[in-house]
Design a protein around this ligand. Structure first.
Ligand SMILES: [Zn+2]
Length: 280
């Protein structure tokens, strides 16, 4: 399983999916219904309001389909494109806005004495469910941003001219390299995962294992390399560096560009990513 530790919070996404309204009309059925109602409204045989209601329902189903693929689906977070991540958050936001509107309308009915207070409960529950989906989508998009930022920093580091000094990080360089014996084997990784867990009582926070859509897009081959989302100067980061050095495993460390900001600080384990050779 990839992204084991930092993605742990996303496990709930599947549970949210399981709660989605059973028996909801299928998209095709709704499309047919919309068509039928449009004709009726045009001839004045049905009220416009009924059509608006149905159109909203159709839009909501479309958004649900987007979330099914991007949030609840089997896609690993690094397989999402930034566009898909934006779509995912926007769809979750629209669904939440619709639920908020429904709560407001239900409240108006209660205040007008046309419905009992208890009739609000399902609307409130539905809104809460959408709020959780929206939070999960936002977290997922944030994680993706972090992964893409990590990939961008690595590409930038490898593209730089050797003699161009890196922006310093306080007294320390912003990136450092340990060449070791130049080899990173599966057995090294297994050993590191177990030792990290034994030492810190939690899984090692992997942000990208092997190839990611971002490394590929940037023209880098990240196969056989692993990025660990730890600040290299934290207790965990220092331990990991010593451990890798004892195994003579090569690594690069990246400190945050701004001191105190955690953004994209990480340790890349393995040799540098080679440039993907293009047939040109
Ligand atoms: Zn890396």
């Amino acid at each position: 399983m990839r992204l084991t530790a930092i993605a742990a919070g996303l496990v709930c996404a599947a549970a949210l999916c399981a709660q989605s309204a059973p028996g909801a009309a299928s998209e095709q059925e709704l499309a047919r219904e919309v068509e039928r109602l449009q004709e009726l409204v045009a001839t004045g045989a049905a009220p416009r309001l009924a059509l608006d209601h149905l159109l909203k329902k159709r839009d909501d189903l479309k958004d649900e389909a987007i979330l099914r693929e991007t949030l609840y689906g089997k896609l690993e977070v690094e397989e999402l494109t930034p566009e898909q991540a934006d779509e995912m958050v926007a769809a979750a936001e629209r669904r939440l806005a619709r639920r908020r509107e429904a709560v407001e309308q239900a409240k108006e009915k209660v205040e007008a004495g046309a419905a009992s207070r208890v009739s609000l409960t399902p609307f409130l529950e539905d809104m809460d469910r959408m709020k959780r989906a929206f939070d999960a989508a936002t977290t997922r998009a944030q994680l993706l941003k972090e992964i893409s930022e990590i990939a961008r920093r690595e590409a930038e580091y490898e593209q730089r001219e050797e003699d161009v000094p890196l922006v310093p990080y306080g007294p320390l360089p912003v990136a450092e390299k340990f060449s070791g014996d130049g080899v990173f084997l599966t057995s090294h990784w297994r050993d590191t995962v177990l030792a990290f867990e034994a030492r810190f009582g939690r899984g090692i926070p992997v942000s990208a294992k092997g190839e990611t859509a971002f490394h590929k897009a940037l023209g880098y081959d990240h196969r056989g390399r692993i990025d660990v989302a730890v600040d290299p100067d934290s207790a965990e980061g220092q331990w990991l560096r010593k451990h890798l050095e004892s195994l003579r495993v090569p690594y690069f460390l990246f400190r945050a560009p701004v001191r105190g900001k955690a953004s994209a600080a990480h340790i890349h384990i393995g040799p540098p990513s080679g440039r993907i050779r293009r047939a040109d």
